[in-house]
Design a protein around this ligand. Structure first.
Ligand SMILES: [Fe+2]
Length: 288
C-alpha cells in the first residue's frame, strides 16, 4: 500500500499486518477501536475467505437485493454477502449505482440509512487495475469524524460548536428520494465518546429547497465541505491483497475516479475490483 496523503491519520494507523489464518483478531479489533481502522496485507482475492474473515468479526450482513435476479444470489453463495465493486459494463451507463461506475465516490459510511448499521466494514482490493495520474486511479480515501470535527473548528471557528450541537440533536427530517421507506431519521452525529456518525454521498444536495434556510442545512453544508476536502482525507493506493477494516461508525470511505483507457482496439475498461463485506459486531441488533 502506498500512502499519498494522511489527512488527520498517522502513518502508523495504516501500518499493515501480514494476513495469516491464525491472525490474532482481538489485537486487530483493538487497533480498529483505537484508531478507527486497521490494515492487513496479503489477503487472498477470494470471496469465501473474506466471508470467513467477516464471520470471525461478527455477523456478516446479507446484501440488500437491489432489484433484478442477477443481484439475488442463491443461499450458500458468498456473493450473497460480499460486495463486488467494479465497473459493471453489462449495466447501461445511466442505470449504474455509483459503485458500479468509475466516477468519484464521495465520502459516506456504509448502510447509512439503516436503523441498525453494521459496525464493521471491510474492503479488500482484489485487483487495483491500471493506474494513471494521482487522483485519477481509483485511490481509496478515508476520513474519521474526529478529524472532520477538528477541521470544522479550524475552518469555521465561529459556527463549529453550534453546528456540531445541531447535527447531533436534529433528526434528518426530510424524505430522501433514493433512501428506503424505512430509512433512519436519526441525527447525522451522535455525541457519544468516541463520537460516531452516519453519512452519505451527496448529503448536502439532499436538502430540499424548503429547508435550505434551516440551521441543519447550513451545518450539513459546512460539514460536507470539510469531509470532502482532500486535506482532511487519507488517500491510499492499495495493492492487490490489501484489506482495510473500518469502524463504520467513526470512519467514512470513498474513492477517486478511475479512467477508461484507449488502445488500438478502442476503449479498454479498467479491471479495478474491490470485494467488501458489512459485519455486525457481536451483540449488535442485526435487523436492518
Ligand atoms: Fe461504500
Amino acid at each position: 500500500m502506498h500512502i499519498n496523503s494522511l489527512g488527520g491519520f498517522s502513518a502508523d494507523d495504516f501500518r499493515p499486518t501480514e494476513y495469516r489464518p491464525g491472525l490474532d483478531m482481538d489485537l486487530l479489533l483493538k487497533r480498529v477501536h483505537t484508531q478507527g481502522l486497521a490494515v492487513l496485507s496479503g489477503f487472498p482475492a477470494d470471496p469465501e475467505e473474506l466471508l470467513a474473515f467477516g464471520r470471525r468479526l461478527g455477523t456478516p450482513s446479507r446484501k440488500p437485493a437491489y432489484g433484478g435476479a442477477a443481484n439475488s444470489p442463491k443461499d450458500g453463495d458468498a456473493f450473497g454477502y460480499i460486495g463486488d465493486v467494479r465497473l459493471m459494463t453489462d449495466i447501461e451507463a445511466g442505470r449504474r449505482r455509483p459503485t458500479q461506475d468509475r466516477a468519484e465516490v464521495r465520502m459516506h459510511t456504509a448502510r447509512s440509512f439503516a436503523v441498525n448499521r453494521p459496525r464493521y466494514f471491510v474492503l479488500l482490493m482484489a485487483d487495483p487495475g491500471r493506474r494513471t495520474e494521482r487522483g485519477q486511479s481509483g485511490e481509496s480515501v478515508y476520513t474519521s469524524i474526529d478529524h472532520a470535527c477538528a477541521a470544522l473548528h479550524r475552518r469555521f471557528p465561529d459556527t463549529a460548536a453550534e453546528d456540531l450541537e445541531v447535527l447531533a440533536s436534529t433528526p434528518v427530517p426530510w424524505t430522501l428520494p433514493h433512501a428506503p421507506e424505512n430509512a433512519a431519521r436519526t441525527p447525522v452525529l451522535q455525541s457519544t465518546s468516541p463520537r460516531t456518525f452516519r453519512y452519505w454521498q451527496g448529503i448536502a444536495d439532499d436538502i430540499p429547497a424548503e429547508a435550505a434556510d434551516s440551521r441543519l442545512a447550513a451545518a450539513l453544508t459546512r460539514l460536507d465541505q470539510v469531509i470532502n476536502d482532500p486535506a482532511v482525507q487519507a488517500e491510499l493506493v492499495a495493492e492487490a491483497g490489501d484489506l482495510v477494516l473500518l469502524d463504520n461508525d467513526r470512519v467514512a470511505h470513498g474513492r477517486r475516479p478511475f479512467p477508461a483507457f484507449m488502445d488500438d482496439a478502442g476503449t479498454v475498461p479498467s479491471t479495478r475490483q474491490v470485494y467488501s463485506v458489512h459485519v455486525f459486531a457481536p451483540g449488535q441488533e442485526t435487523a436492518e
